[in-house]
Ligand binder design. Structure first.
Ligand code: ADP
Ligand code: ADP
Ligand code: ZN
Length: 214
């Protein structure tokens, strides 16, 4: 199963991707997590990406396209993959199609987790993210077993710098301008699956699984 998660920042892509990854036993590949790992390790890529991410802007296409194409060639992707946060531009979507067709593969579904901007702004203030594995929690909707500690890896939970309200507003603008056109792109290809992202977390997973089993 080769899946893409679409949706605004904070729509719940990562939350659903992790649940689908457990269910289908295929890797959850988050380009945001890859960039944050590079920032932490102070790699050249991390240094370049950080300046864009902190401002709520997209990292340039050329820094992300080859990185994802290489990742999809790794052994753990033989049964499939879930891309979360990629593609985010039409250029990226096009390059992904080319990389996949060179591997004789294609996207089975692009899942659009749909949440209105007003809900996103409210929701993001309560998001807390693990500094190590990227798992996200919520102060109200998805509490970890121990406050401030990641259930998966026991590392610390923090408010990401780019989750400050002003940066979230900027990221939403960027989303509508650069990423939303992908909804039409995948609709035309017949691979779009739209789910209501304002429902509760398990209900959304059930809705996605129902679509995918059709
Ligand atoms: P969210 O989960 O809130 O949608 P991500 O963790 O996916 O955020 O991404 C955080 C930031 O990393 C983005 O705002 C952007 O700067 C950068 N980024 C992640 N994926 C991409 C991508 N495919 N293209 C360009 N920039 C990206
Ligand atoms: P994305 O990967 O799209 O940026 P996340 O999966 O990190 O989004 O979710 C954003 C925030 O909203 C997190 O704090 C997460 O715990 C919370 N969240 C995710 N799905 C829901 C939902 N259906 N209802 C309420 N809160 C949610
Ligand atoms: Zn963790």
């Amino acid at each position: 199963m080769n899946l893409i998660m679409l949706g605004a920042p904070g729509a719940g892509k990562g939350t659903q991707a992790k649940r689908l990854s457990d269910k289908y036993e295929i890797p959850h590949i988050s380009t945001g997590d890859i960039f944050r790992a590079n920032i932490k390790a102070q790699t050249e890529l991390g240094v370049k990406a950080k300046s864009y991410m902190d401002q709520g802007l997209l990292v340039p296409d050329e820094l992300v396209v080859d990185l994802v194409a290489d990742r999809l060639k790794q052994d753990d992707c033989v049964k499939g993959f879930i891309l979360d946060g990629f593609p985010r531009t039409l250029v990226q979507a096009d390059s992904l199609d080319k990389a996949l067709s060179a591997m004789d593969a294609k996207i089975d579904a692009a899942v659009d987790v749909d949440v209105p901007d007003e809900d996103i702004i409210k929701r993001m203030a309560g998001r807390r993210a693990c500094i190590s594995c990227g798992s996200t929690y919520h102060l109200q909707y998805l509490k970890p077993a121990v406050e401030g500690v990641c259930d998966r890896c026991s590392d610390k939970l923090v408010l990401r710098v780019d989750d400050e309200p002003e940066t979230v507003k900027k990221r939403l603008l960027v989303y509508h301008e650069q990423t939303q056109p992908l909804i039409e792109y995948y609709t035309k290809k017949g691979s779009l699956v739209k789910v209501d992202g304002t429902l509760d977390i398990p209900t959304i997973t059930i809705a996605i699984l129902k679509h995918l089993s059709k």
